[in-house]
Structure formats: C-alpha cells, structure tokens
Design a protein around this ligand. Structure first.
Ligand code: UDP
Length: 498
C-alpha cells in the first residue's frame, strides 16, 4: 500500500531509479483512478448475513483507490455482521452509490478541484484534506447524529488513519472513532518510531550509511526508514506524528493483516498505543477482488496461464503507481527474456515515463520471448496469483500485492520503490523468508539470475514451502475460531458496546 511519497533528492546512486520513479509517483495525474466495483459476498464461516443490529456505523475513506477499496471492503464486512452503513465521502473521487446497495452516501464539499488534486503530491494532498474537510465533515456528521436520534443510533465513526483531523471532530461530538490502517502493522511501528529515530540522528544520515541496521527497529536498515528518502521529510514527519496521535486517541485500530503474520508487531502496538487492535484480514479473502478502473481487467492472461506448466510462470507487476524509465524498462525486459522462464507482465499505459500509451518492447526481444511471455495492461491479480501455473511474483511490495501473494503461497522478488514498500520488502526477505530482493541499479544479468534463483533453485523451493505455510495460516485465520475470525467477533462486540 502506497503510504507516503517523495524521496530524497540526494538519494544514493543505486537509488536513482527510486528518485525518478517517485517523481512520477508524486504527480497524481499519472495515478490510476479507480472506482470500487460492486462486490459479491463470499463470506467465510461466520460471515453469513445477519439481521440488522439497529446500530449504524459511519465510515469516511481517504479518496484514493488504494485507501478506498479496503474501507469499502471493511464496510461490506461490517454490513454482513449486521450493522447499517453510512459513507461520508468527498466530492473528489466520489464513489458510485449504485455499487453498494444498502449503504447511504453523504457527500461533503472538499473544495478540491480534480485537476488540482491530481497534480498534488500525496503528502500535500493529505495535508489539504485534513484542513479543507474539517468544517464540512463536522457539519455533516453533526447533522447525521441529530437525524439519527429519530432513526437508528450511530455507534461509531471509522476513518482512514491519514484523516487525523476526524479524531478532534469525533471527540467534540462525543462519538467513538476507530481507525482503519490500510497498510500493515509493522510499517506503523516504523512511523511511530520516527520521533525517536530523528532524535538519534537516523533521519539525516549520509547515503553511505543507508545499509546500516536500525537496532531500535529490527529488521529494518536505515534505507528502509519511511522518511529517509523523503525530500519533504519534515511534512511527512508532521503528518505521521498527527496520524499516530490520532490513532492513540482513538477507540481502536482495524488492520488488514492477520495475527500469524504480524504477531510481534501487533503486540507492540497494543502495548505502546494502549488501544485495542483488530487484525481481521486478509480482507480480500472475505470480500472478493474489488478494484477495476480506467483499465479493463485483461482476462486473456488466465487462458494463457492455463497453457503453462504448474508453478512455472513469473508474474510481474509493480502496482498502480510505480513508474520506471526507458532504460529500466529495457533492463527488465531483457532480464525477463534472459531468465528463460515464462512470464506474465503488467505494463499499463504510461508506466514507462514519457510514454503515454503502451510501450514497445526493445528490438529483437519479441521473437526471443515468443511462446513464453504474455503482456497485459492490467491483470486480474488475485486470480493470477491463485492460478496453479504461477510460481513467483516480481512485485514492488505495495501492501495489497504483498498480502495477496502471501495468501496464495507465491514467493516474491522484491523491488520496493518508496514508503512502506521498503519495510514490506524487508519483512518479506528477512522475517517471513518468502522472497529475494533486487538491490541497487536494475541490471539485466542480475535480474535473470534472481529470477532463476526464485523459480528454479533450492532457495526458491524453500521459499515456496514457507509461502505455502503462510497461505495455510491465511486460510485458517478466517475459519471459525481462527485469529481473524475472533478479532472480527471482538470488533463487532466492541462497536456494539458503544
Ligand atoms: N492490481 C490488479 N491488477 C494489476 C496490478 C495490480 O488488480 O494488473 C491490484 C492488486 O491486486 C492490488 C492493487 O492493484 O490489490 C495494488 O495495490 P498495492 O498496495 O499492492 O500497490 P499500489 O498500487 O498501491 O502501489
């Protein structure tokens, strides 16, 4: 999950690609915009639709795809638990009410022009939303609370952690607020530690020290600290400090993860934040795939996967925002070709900086990869990862992609670009041991070697076995008596107790 943006202008040589990619990332103009699709519920046990409880929950998502989708998944999960759902949303990136039958929708004026919003970097956008939304949000919520006196009582408010101003509003209206964190708990620990890390001088270290470990935050290295690569690190620091303060003052934290994956980090957050933590994920295993958008899901890749041998294909996707330059595109393409392994690659229009449409493959490559490669603009990722032919995932380690890969037992090649992707990759390689990391400058020889290591060699086989272990845990945690099942029960009781 893309969590923050902008990286240090003075990033290390090996990180040139990060700087370039991040510049691209900063301009929302290139960000893919999506509309959450209507969902068909496939509840696991305990998710049968319950009669309405006579309690309403108000949810307020951050108006960006990566943040809206998990919020709507959560809304559907709670709706299935018997709560009525109201959504407050900004006019910017407004959701389509037709996609969520049974919810009520309450727009507020954010004062943002779509053109303005799409040209802002994420931190600035978050800061603006935290200012411009205060009055309209407070007015709308206050109106809903007084209307609810005659209708159905509102039990609580659930908002994205980034919308930290909502804590003050909720307090002033005496309404309990819970926070949804759309990324994981381990990366929350990293941002919560920023004041300490700053005090100790980690945030201003030389590039030459970026490989040093951070003993206060194992297993992270200096380069994995969220703000180390940020050119507006002060704004990021202020934002995350407010976010953490808002979480600490809330009535609880809901996270799209599961205990078996992040048990130690969850225990630390429970202790340090002194609030209940509800790890109820993986959401996508409770409520199926959600996102579509400007790009149509290309289902041809499933037909193509059907023709491939079991566990033979490397799936390659860097999410919806990470962009690469022409040279990197060439190195990736040749690395894939030279690996001599079948691959399925997502290249969305504009993913290569400077190209508006689809980017052509380097000369001479098409013939070389004929019969063992399939390139699409946008894939049905969850189906791809669940397909028996998929044996590995080369990913940027956005939290959704990382979690989806873990849940299907698919080992990863990690190429994190920014933000929580850095710590996600570190956990994948050093804690869960289900992936290899590509470090430094992208180079075709290194890429081919890493692919062969993951897809064919003993190391890759061991990672696949460990990934299968987590896949089993991810399935079990949602079964009756499983950790996420119990957490969801606790969350429903917690909300009902307000
Ligand atoms: N995704 C998809 N098809 C693609 C590429 C990505 O459906 O071809 C989905 C993927 O399943 C995941 C989301 O897009 O749910 C990407 O989220 P993530 O947090 O991994 O990365 P971000 O796009 O936020 O950088």
């Amino acid at each position: 999950m893309l969590f923050w943006s902008k990286i240090n202008k003075g990033a290390t040589e090996g990180d040139e690609k990060l700087t370039a990619a991040n510049k691209r990332l900063l301009t929302g103009i290139h960000r893919l915009q999506f509309e959450p699709l209507p969902r068909t519920k496939v509840h696991s046990s305990g998710m049968e639709k319950l009669p309405m409880m006579g309690r309403r929950i108000v949810l307020f998502p951050l108006p960006l795809l990566d943040y809206m989708n998990p919020m709507f998944q959560l809304a559907e999960i709670l709706h299935a638990k018997g709560f009525s759902i109201s959504i407050i949303h900004t006019n910017f990136n407004a959701p389509n009410p037709k996609n969520h039958i049974g919810f009520t929708f309450h727009p507020i004026s954010d004062g943002l022009l779509a053109s303005e919003a799409s040209s802002l970097d994420l931190i600035t956008l978050f800061d603006i939303l935290n200012v411009k939304c205060v009055a309209p949000f407070r007015d709308r919520l206050s109106q809903m609370l007084s209307d609810a006196l005659e209708e159905e009582p509102i039990a609580c408010l659930i908002t994205d952690g980034m919308l930290h101003f909502t804590q003050t509003v909720a307090d002033s209206l005496k309404l309990p607020r819970l926070v949804l964190r759309t990324s994981n708990v381990s990366s929350l620990l990293a941002i919560a530690a920023l004041p300490l890390l700053r005090q100790k001088g980690y945030l201003t270290v030389q590039d030459s020290q970026s490989e040093l470990p951070v003993p206060e935050l194992p297993p992270l290295k200096v380069k994995d600290i969220p703000s180390v690569r940020s050119s507006n690190s002060e704004a990021f620091f202020q934002l995350t400090t407010r976010v953490c303060k808002g979480i600490k003052a809330s009535h609880g934290l809901i996270v799209n993860t599961f205990e078996e994956l992040e048990d130690p980090a969850i225990a630390i957050v429970r202790q340090d934040f002194q609030i209940p933590v509800f790890a109820i994920g993986p959401f996508h295993k409770i409520i199926p795939a959600s996102s579509s958008g400007l790009l149509t899901l290309d289902k041809s890749c499933i037909e193509w996967l059907n023709t491939q041998a079991p566990k033979s294909v490397l799936y390659v996707s860097f999410g919806s925002a990470a962009a690469i330059d022409e040279i990197e595109f060439g190195e990736i393409a040749w690395g894939l070709a030279n690996s001599e392994r079948p691959f399925l690659w997502v290249v969305w229009p504009g993913m290569v900086r400077g190209s508006k449409g689809s980017h052509p493959l380097p000369d001479g490559l098409t013939q070389m990869i004929s019969g063992r490669a399939h390139i699409v603009k946008w894939a049905p990722q969850e189906d791809v990862l669940a397909h028996p032919a998929t044996g590995g995932f080369w990913t940027h380690n956005g939290w959704n992609s990382t979690l989806e890969s873990i849940c299907e037992g698919v080992p990863m090649i990690c190429l994190p670009f920014i933000a929580d992707q850095m710590s996600n990759a570190r956990y994948v390689t050093d804690v869960w041991n289900v992936g290899l990391r590509l470090e430094g400058k992208l180079e075709r020889g290194e890429i081919a070697m890493t692919i062969r290591g993951l897809m064919s060699e003993k190391e890759g086989k061991e990672m696949r076995e460990r990934a299968a272990f987590f896949k089993e845990k991810a399935n079990l945690c949602l079964e009756e008596g499983g950790s996420s099942y119990k957490s969801l029960e606790s969350l429903a009781s917690h909300i009902s107790s307000f």
